[in-house]
Design a protein around this ligand. Structure first.
Ligand code: PMP
Length: 454
């Protein structure tokens, strides 16, 4: 069936199709993706497109990999599910924990708690950060700091530390004691065009905020090593090392939300490692299982994990865990994915192909009338659309122009993601030169088509 027939067949009384999703409405029916291979997807109408967003920053090893499918089926044959709530565990969850500890040995990661999504991984980290301080005898340390433009998921804790108000407004009141500071964003900030001065200005802001709140009340700072959903914001080189330093001065925990950057996307195995920084906790999802199955993980370093192993105390019971915690099929798929990440050096490929993508698209900042900046790190790239290049005023998403360019790009052969005033690119990490060039050409033609219309 073609798309319209298919949707008509699944019509409900109230709308053209029954699925609820913020990006889909009766006026904007979905493109229905029916097949995939490597870096390509096929839609219900038979169009074959390069997957410029890698599912949703997550299909890192590429679509339809035999090794991952085989790991899933073999695990299904052995045991498809058993919980970890009866003093029980399945081999893949034990092996995957050990694998993550091995991959993150440099960060002294010693414990991992599994969940099903990035939002869960963040929620787990926030809860365990508070509990850590209780175990340390400092129960007043409950506050969380984060960056404006940060994105940490959809649960109440994650919402409370998310930067943009539009994520939060409909769901307030949220957690108290959460504070955001300016993102170290070279393109848009009130401080300086100079990256080092900018990094220092934001660090000073963090320092003052911790002092104003009282260090003895602050539990943790959570941030993405490269901000993703907020518009692909790459901090100055020195920001993360300086962040670690200021947090250490006040003993505040650093939680790296590696849901997007984890396992290679930013060009290093972990985003924080790319900046030479060791966080206290890392949140993983997306790339850990490349979207084959849902899986989240929260990794704790020795400093944090050890708090739970100084002998039994009632405060030390972790009242947290999901039915899906340590799901054997999810963990088996993740083991197969991480094996590919290492075997094929996907962080290295992300760095190389990311440079080609960025270099290919950078001329658009000059040639296209409404692109203010093209920026990125590894295979995270953003095209920043502006209504005025001089003032760098973000394009009003309500005008539908960014969506229009994304849909032109789709017609030209690549799926890209319009997110507010930014088009986000995050293709599979296995991508090679010909597919990078298809994305570059599709966007170049899309922008030329827009400019020709004006
Ligand atoms: N953290 C970051 C940095 C993310 O980008 C996302 C998802 N885009 C999340 C958390 C939430 O992950 P999920 O959608 O799997 O709940």
């Amino acid at each position: 069936p073609d798309r319209d027939n298919y949707l008509r067949a699944h019509n409900t009384r109230h709308q053209f199709h029954p699925m609820i999703h913020p990006m889909i409405s009766a006026d904007a029916p979905p493109q229905i993706i029916t097949g995939s291979e490597g870096c390509y997807v096929t839609d219900i109408d038979g169009n074959r497109l390069v997957d410029g967003l890698g599912g949703l920053w997550n299909v890192n090893v590429g679509h339809n990999r035999a090794e991952v499918k085989q790991a899933i089926v073999e695990q299904m044959d052995r045991i498809s599910y058993y919980s970890s709530f009866a003093g029980t565990a399945t081999p893949p969850s034990i092996e995957l924990s050990a694998k993550i500890c091995e991959m993150a040995a440099e960060e002294e990661i010693t414990k991992v708690m599994f969940s099903a999504n990035g939002s869960d991984a963040v929620e787990t980290a926030l809860k365990l950060a508070r509990q850590y301080w209780q175990l340390e005898g400092k129960p007043t340390r409950t506050k969380f700091l984060s960056l404006k433009q940060g994105y940490h998921g959809v649960h109440f804790g994650g919402l409370s530390v998310n930067g943009a108000p539009y994520y939060r407004n409909a769901y307030e009141p949220l957690l108290g004691g959460c504070f955001q500071v300016d993102s170290p964003w070279t393109y848009r900030n009130p401080y300086s065009e100079d990256p080092e001065e900018l990094a220092d200005a934001v660090i000073t802001q963090i320092d003052r905020l911790i002092q104003a709140q009282g260090p003895e009340t602050v539990a943790a700072f959570i941030a993405e090593p490269v901000q993703g959903a907020g518009g692909v914001i790459v901090p100055p080189e020195s920001f993360w090392p300086k962040l670690r330093e200021v947090l250490d001065r006040y003993e505040v925990l650093l939680i790296a939300d590696e849901v997007v950057t984890g396992f290679g996307r930013s060009g290093a195995l972990f985003g924080a490692r790319g900046w030479g920084v060791k966080p206290d906790m890392m949140c993983f999802a997306k790339g850990i299982s490349s979207g084959y199955v849902p899986l989240g993980a929260t990794a704790l370093n020795k400093r944090v994990a050890d708090a739970w192993y100084r002998g039994f105390s009632p405060e030390g019971i972790i009242m947290h865990g999901y039915t899906s915690t340590g799901h054997p099929v999810g963990c088996a798929a993740a083991l197969a994915c991480l094996d590919i990440v290492e075997r094929e050096d996907l962080p290295g490929n992300a760095a190389k192909m990311g440079k080609r993508l960025l270099d290919g698209l950078t001329p658009l900042a000059e040639s296209c009338s409404i692109i203010g900046e093209v920026r990125g790190k590894g295979l995270m790239v953003g095209l920043d659309f502006v209504s005025d290049k001089k003032s760098r005023t973000p394009m009003d998403p309500g005008k539908g122009i960014v969506e229009r360019i994304a849909s032109f790009a789709r017609e030209e052969g690549a799926i890209v993601r319009p997110a507010g005033s930014v088009i986000i690119l995050s293709p599979p990490l296995v991508i090679e030169e010909p597919e990078i060039d298809i994305i570059v050409e599709a966007l170049t033609r899309a922008c030329a088509r827009y400019d020709a219309e004006q």
